[in-house]
Design a protein around this ligand. Sequence first.
Ligand code: AMO
Length: 426
Amino acid sequence: MFGKEVTVGGWVQDVRNLGGISFLQLRDSRGVIQITTLKKRSMELFDLVASIPRESVVLVTGEAKQSKEARAGFEVLPSRIDILNKAETPLPLGVVDKVGADLDTRLNNRFMDLRKEEVRATFRIKSITLQGIRGYLSAQGFTEVSTPKIVAAGAEGGSTLFQVRYFDRNAYLAQSPQLYKQNLMATGLDRIFEIAPAFRAEASDTIRHIAEFASLDVELAFINSSEDVMEVAEGIVVNSLNHVREHAKAELKALGVELGEPLTPFPRVKYADAVEMVRSKGMKLEHGEDLGTEGEKLLGDVMMAEKKAELYFITEFPTALKRSTFYAKRRDDDPELTGYFDLDYKGQEIVSGGQREHRYDVLTEQMRENNLSLESFEFYLKAFRYGMPPHGGFGFGVERYVQKMLGLPNIREAVLYPRDRSRLTP
Ligand code: AMO
């Protein structure tokens, strides 16, 4: 390459002018190249370089020359520079500024924010994570499916439903593919998964809730218990972490993240014991109450201190827990408990699921208890009257997973264009 003519395109990150010589830092998707212009070689080019605003897009043609000083190991001595798109000044967001901008300013100018290597690294890793998940599930015989996102009934409670106008009727944005993935269990597509947006009109503004998130949903039939489902959840995490460790070395380095191997099998903590553990840390919590953000965090601290476990299951959620849902199977030996579980990662729930109730009579009874109108759910219930095998599954929050994997302070960092109460653009 050295001594040859090359053409490189990219963004002008910075120009340093030292009188007779100037250095233009040209950034592309792979890194930064130094463009060195000498006044005595071409006054015209030298003046042009001095006039280009930062973050403009240019095309540089010139000789590639080995250089010990340049970070890439070479520099380009230009014979021609074309400005393809001149950036306005001032910039709405600095790309190489030492002082970090606040998250809102960054998100308002996301295209600019993404010019930073470490910000792009998050999304490369998210993509590599999804590749790992797809690869693992495909190898395990799962079929990837797509289910509707405009739906007639919600499955996760009325308070977080987004209503939309659907021709001359009202409809909702899907909070989860719950009813459809269960419906598919009556078809012979025994092991399915879906990776798609889920919509929740979350009232509160937190660092782990967004209004549109990527939900990985898994459902499998002919299971014996929730354990069969937990095994898949654990397999996904272990295998996708391995995949990321192997295929995202540069990106992990850019973020300064070292991914350890999780302790396996993931430890299991019964909900009732989890309550005792967080109480021992001083939190006031009644049996039957949701652990909540604070409880989950405290439990994460205890699991780390006592077991060195970043990933662990919370099992045997009580039937009475508000969010225990109508489709959860209750334990045959103790109907006060479900076989439902959460998988928590460093003190935050990332997965929730379990074995479903597949017996029509019991299911409809549980729905009545939850004051649900059976008519609105007829399309769902019908499948339970004509041969529904035992089944179970879970919902896995992709962004929450990436957030915890990379130690990101806010879930919004793991979404290109997040949606929340106050954000509808960009
Ligand atoms: P659940 O409501 O617990 O269960 O959601 C499953 C997982 O989805 C993620 N999640 C969210 N992530 C970001 N922002 C949100 N607002 C948000 N809400 C949920 C979490 C959570 O663990 N149908 C069941 C799953 C099942 O039983 O198959 C369900 O949706 O990581």
